[in-house]
Design a protein around this ligand. Structure first.
Ligand SMILES: *[C@@H]1O[C@H](CO)[C@@H](O)[C@H](O)[C@H]1NC(C)=O
Ligand SMILES: *[C@@H]1O[C@H](CO)[C@@H](O)[C@H](O)[C@H]1NC(C)=O
Ligand SMILES: *[C@@H]1O[C@H](CO)[C@@H](O)[C@H](O)[C@H]1NC(C)=O
Ligand SMILES: *[C@@H]1O[C@H](CO)[C@@H](O)[C@H](O)[C@H]1NC(C)=O
Ligand SMILES: *[C@@H]1O[C@H](CO)[C@@H](O)[C@H](O)[C@H]1NC(C)=O
Ligand SMILES: *[C@@H]1O[C@H](CO)[C@@H](O)[C@H](O)[C@H]1NC(C)=O
Ligand SMILES: *[C@@H]1O[C@H](CO)[C@@H](O)[C@H](O)[C@H]1NC(C)=O
Length: 464
């Protein structure tokens, strides 16, 4: 019909629909020109308080009488008459006269106080008497609720649960409130059903079986009904877990993998840490020469390297959670080294310190073998030199030395006589070696001496 066009989209007027019925049934009905509008088809009221049901109506014809009638309909029973008015005079149903108020020509209804029994549909009918009769009506659904009181969350077991072993039940308790809808929040976000989370049919109980570390968080229960919404205080379940992510850090020293290289004379502090609840108990175990013993309890370990030079020691940090009963341990090696060796290790960064040391050791072994071989063949060289016809003084000297039968006593002497000769430079009777040799005999001597002194000691410290 034509007047549909000037109605607000939100205010579907039942009146129009009913006018059509009246038009069909009662041919006399004229519905054009009267519009009854309610802002909301459902109004939620709080028990014990006043509830106002707003109604607006408008018409464009001259009117002599304006009649307003309120009816109440509950659970599809017979509608009950509440009150009515013509012009400004109200005629209430005497049974409800103290409860319902209307101020005509204002058609809005005030219900005070609201009771649970007032829940139902309220029908307002407006009749305009003028050039014929205009009629329109509307229906408003009213719900009555008690507001929600602040919920409380109860956790069981309250003492906490062990990860992967224990279960946990969170129960949301509300003292008052009707039509309660429960929601669970974890860190402010809704908790959903999952392989470990389940809810009671009403949603007021959250069951977690089994608990894991991921279940730790700030839980709260949000309870809503049509007239209110309340959230519980945050509760943090106690979940025992760990240890996880065990690691050892040091304040100084060079760390390559599980090996710490420490300069001689430096004290190094190791810090062992792992994530766990309750906090772990830490113990330090030292392994030297096949013996293992606990050296300290607590997360920190200080190793003073002054007295132990060129030494390799294996340490184990053990973290134990005395509630979950689980433990973890990490092994690492501390190599106390001279600055020179550490620099060497730093130079060849691709090599681990152990590999470097092995390499150096190998080089030294080969060097020593070569040295022995060279010593072994040196007397023949001297003989050969004699046959080549040397100056007699030199020959005599060499001969004198080689004349001894005990070769061991002669080793040192041959070494220095022969060295310049091997390089093809004219021999000298003294121990001095020409600079053109590149490597002086004295330097070679020193290097070998130093390495021999240091490295075999290192090798000894590696039982494996
Ligand atoms: C209602 O008011 C109109 C004019 O304002 C009057 O003509 C009519 O008689 C009144 N009706 C009743 C029932 O008082
Ligand atoms: C009806 O009365 C209420 C107060 O009782 C007022 O707020 C409302 O604006 C009135 N409606 C009309 C259409 O006058
Ligand atoms: C009353 O209605 C009749 C027909 O329904 C119409 O002819 C007449 O003009 C109307 N009078 C007024 C005052 O609206
Ligand atoms: C935890 O719940 C699971 C399944 O719901 C059950 O099998 C298990 O016995 C429960 N554990 C404890 C400690 O109650
Ligand atoms: C949980 O709440 C505490 C304080 O109530 C806060 O310090 C902490 O950051 C919260 N945790 C999360 C994950 O929101
Ligand atoms: C180290 O211990 C193992 C087994 O406990 C043993 O077989 C081995 O002989 C020991 N080595 C040394 C050097 O004591
Ligand atoms: C677990 O260790 C802590 C110290 O870290 C101690 O206070 C607590 O009593 C221990 N609990 C048990 C059950 O042994």
């Amino acid at each position: 019909m034509g007047q549909d066009a000037f109605m607000e989209p939100f205010s579907r007027t039942v009146g129009v629909f009913q006018c059509k019925i009246y038009l069909l049934l009662l041919v006399t009905g004229v519905c054009s020109g009267l519009k009854v509008v309610v802002p909301s088809y459902t109004v939620h009221g709080i028990r014990g308080q006043a509830l106002y049901l707003p109604v607006h109506y408008g018409f464009h014809t001259p009117a002599s009488d304006i009649q307003i009638i309120w009816l109440f309909e509950r659970h599809h029973t017979m509608p009950k008459y509440l009150l009515g008015s013509v012009n400004k005079s109200v005629v209430p149903d005497l049974e409800y006269q103290h409860k319902f108020t209307m101020m005509p020509p204002n058609a809005s209804l005030l219900i005070n106080p609201l009771q649970f029994t007032d829940e139902g549909n309220y029908i307002v009918k407006v009749n305009i008497q003028g050039n014929g009769t205009l009629s329109a009506s509307q229906k408003i659904q009213v719900t009555v609720d008690d507001p929600v009181t602040k919920p409380m969350v109860q956790i069981q077991p309250s003492s906490g649960a062990v990860e992967y072993v224990g279960n946990m039940t969170l129960t949301c308790l509300v003292e008052e409130g009707t039509r309660l809808a429960y929601r669970w929040l974890k860190n402010g976000r809704p908790v959903h059903t999952s392989s470990t989370n389940s809810f009671s049919p009403q949603n007021n109980i959250l069951h977690i079986a089994p608990v894991t570390k991921e279940d730790i968080g700030n839980y709260s229960c949000l309870v809503k009904n049509p007239v209110s919404e309340m959230e519980s205080d945050i509760i943090m379940p106690t979940i025992y877990y760990g240890p996880y992510g065990l690691r050892v850090n040091s304040d100084k020293g060079l760390k390559v993998g599980e090996v710490f290289t420490v300069d001689i004379g430096e004290a190094i502090l190791f810090d062992c840490s792992a994530d766990s609840y309750p906090p772990n108990t830490y113990s330090w175990i030292q392994r030297t020469d096949n013996t293992t013993y606990v050296i300290k309890h607590g997360p920190l370990l200080e190793v003073a390297s002054e007295e132990v030079a060129q030494k390799t020691t294996d340490y184990v940090c053990c973290a134990y959670n005395n509630v979950t009963g689980r433990q973890d341990e990490t092994h690492f090696t501390v190599i106390i080294t001279s600055v020179g060796l550490e620099k060497l290790a730093q130079k060849g960064k691709s090599l681990s310190p152990l590999a470097s040391i092995t390499g150096i050791s190998l080089f030294l072994i080969i060097s020593m073998c070569l040295l022995l071989l060279w010593k072994k063949y040196q007397p023949y060289k001297v003989i050969k030199q004699k046959l080549e016809g040397r100056p007699e003084t030199v020959y005599r000297k060499a001969g004198t030395f080689s004349g001894h039968e005990d070769a061991l006593d002669d080793f040192g002497i041959y070494e220095f006589v022969a060295f310049p000769d091997a390089s093809g430079v004219p021999r000298m009777p003294s121990r001095s070696v020409p600079a053109s040799d590149g490597v002086s005999g004295q330097d070679l001597h020193n290097t070998i001496y130093e390495v021999i002194q240091h490295i075999p000691a290192l090798q000894q410290d590696h039982p494996e």
